[in-house]
Ligand binder design. Structure first.
Ligand code: HEM
Length: 479
């Protein structure tokens, strides 16, 4: 039940809490307690206000309230689907890692094949491993130094474009930036020249993908209505962009070039596979990091003390220079800001798996065919593991000497997983850290966003967790 809407509230030791959602109390209601002879874990029953909980703005808070009320495993029966929400770190690890062979990507995600083709994101387990072996080398740690040049150049281009006092939607700016980075590093092609076109088509394709994931979505997208037709046109246009890029083999150093050269025991990516993997990277690699940077700028705008501390640390580490790959190991506070942003607003906020066989989850059994959910948003803000879970405190990632480590918060494994875990862990994890930290180091050092006073920040939770109405404000050169 939704009891109130909370805006950034509550002074905490280190500043304002960044709860930007409703306070939801979950109450148990009468519903079936068994299914196919198996006992069902407790969970909320059907009610009208629960349906309201499925609004995109409230969904993450609803999941969190459910996990608080029924920790461990909670059952949600929604429109004929059987969902098991796991919220203990051991169970999260079990589903994503140790029982990885008993689960596959969920049905809703696989429906996205129509747009993405058969690539890493949605690939069935049998196809996934050989594919992953062929794509992995392009994302090896040793390749990051090469990609970092494109990342810094794209951030510098944004810096050169921006004007003091300019009114922008920072979410859009970050989307342009990460698209530029994907162009330079992944595709080896200048996407910035056509960013408005490609950016718009990507947004439409992502929204179509989201529509496909809700029950009845695939059916809706077949209707002869304007929105579905725009979606199909956007998907076709993106495939055409990818085809044009792949038509030229530059023999360069991009991810695509590396994928072309990849061999694993004589196997290689054929043309169709190369196309689908490129499409997957374009979609997966662009919006996620753009969102991380957007949320980071928003959090810094709400916490001027943290923004000043970040600028000071960057000035100490870099002097007058722009950041480069070799500086990364000294940019501890920038890493801490990125980590704290990914904790509070994980761009991939929930993971879905379908049980291929019966799964024992603690004292419960999720029968084959059930859907198991593990939400980063829930675990990343769980008060059992994080003091002041809703507060923005980058220092929780720094040790006494101000050095960053993901180990510093001291949380058990399975609590912190912005990039997933197990065999389906994000292939772009190192890439994303490098990109986000370097972009922040170049841009947050000189710029801040003065968010429009009338702007009400709210979540829009779909495949990714994004600000519902972008991030409108004025760019200011910092002193
Ligand atoms: C902050 C940025 C990012 C976040 C938070 C993020 C998060 C994730 C997560 C949680 C998964 C696992 C999904 C699952 O288990 O169902 C994933 C998978 C994936 N990500 Fe990322 N990602 C980010 C950036 C990137 C980038 C930059 C790229 C590529 C350039 C990328 C490419 C992929 C691909 C291809 C997969 C599928 C991997 C597989 O199943 O083998 N991601 N990402």
């Amino acid at each position: 039940m939704v009891t109130s809407v909370e805006m950034p509230t509550g002074r905490t030791r280190s500043g304002t809490s960044v709860r930007i959602g409703p306070v939801i109390e979950q109450r148990e209601r009468r519903r079936a307690t068994t299914r196919n002879g198996l006992s069902l874990p407790p969970g909320p029953g059907f009610s009208l206000d629960r349906l309201a909980g499925f609004r995109r703005e409230q969904l993450p808070w609803m999941m969190r309230a459910t996990a608080r009320r029924w920790p461990g495993v909670a059952y949600l029966g929604v429109l004929g689907r059987h969902l098991y929400l796991v919220s203990d770190p051991e169970l999260v690890r079990q589903v994503l890692v140790t029982d990885g062979r008993k689960v596959d990507k969920g049905e809703a995600l696989r429906a996205a094949n129509i747009v993405l083709g058969e690539g890493l994101i949605t690939a069935r387990r049998q196809l996934h491993l050989p594919r992953r072996r062929l794509v992995n080398p392009a994302f090896a740690h040793a390749r990051m130094a090469g990609y970092s040049t494109g990342m810094v150049d794209a951030a510098r281009a944004a810096d050169a474009r921006w004007r003091d006092g300019e009114h922008v939607d920072l979410a859009r700016e970050m989307s342009r930036l990460t698209l530029d980075i994907i162009g330079r590093t992944v595709l080896g092609s200048d996407l910035d020249a056509q960013w408005q076109h490609v950016g718009k088509e990507l947004t439409l394709a992502l929204r179509g993908w989201e529509a496909m994931m809700v029950p009845g979505g695939a059916w809706y997208l077949k209707l002869p209505l304007e929105a579905p037709q725009r979606f199909w046109a956007a998907a076709d246009n993106l495939h055409a962009v990818v085809r044009r890029i792949l038509a030229v083999d530059t023999g360069g150093e991009s991810v695509v070039d590396e994928m072309r050269r990849a061999r694993d025991n004589g196997a290689a990516l054929d043309d169709a596979a190369l196309h689908d993997e490129t499409m997957n990277l374009l979609l997966a690699g662009h919006e996620t990091t753009a969102l991380a940077l957007t949320w980071a700028f928003w959090l810094l705008s709400k916490h001027p003390g943290e923004a000043a501390a970040l600028r000071e640390s960057l000035a100490d580490a870099l002097g007058d220079r722009d950041a480069g790959y070799g500086d990364l190991r000294e940019l501890h506070r920038a890493y801490a800001v990125v980590a704290e942003t990914l904790r509070l607003f994980p761009p991939a906020w929930i993971l879905e798996r379908e049980a291929e066989q019966d799964l024992t989850l603690g004292e419960w059994v999720a029968p084959a065919g059930s859907t198991v959910l593990a939400s980063q948003f829930v675990l990343h803000r769980d008060p059992r593991f994080w003091p002041e879970p809703d507060a923005f405190r980058p220092e929780r990632w720094l040790d006494a000497d101000g050095r960053f480590s993901e180990e510093n918060p001291g949380v058990p494994r399975g609590v912190w997983y912005p990039f997933g875990a197990g065999t389906r862990i994000c292939i772009g994890e190192s890439f994303a850290w490098t990109e986000a930290v370097l972009a922040l180091a170049v841009l947050a050092r000189r710029w801040e966003i003065q968010v429009d006073p009338g702007h009400r920040m709210a979540l829009h939770a779909a495949i990714t967790l994004r600000p519902a109405r972008g991030l409108p404000g004025v760019l200011r050169l910092s002193d």
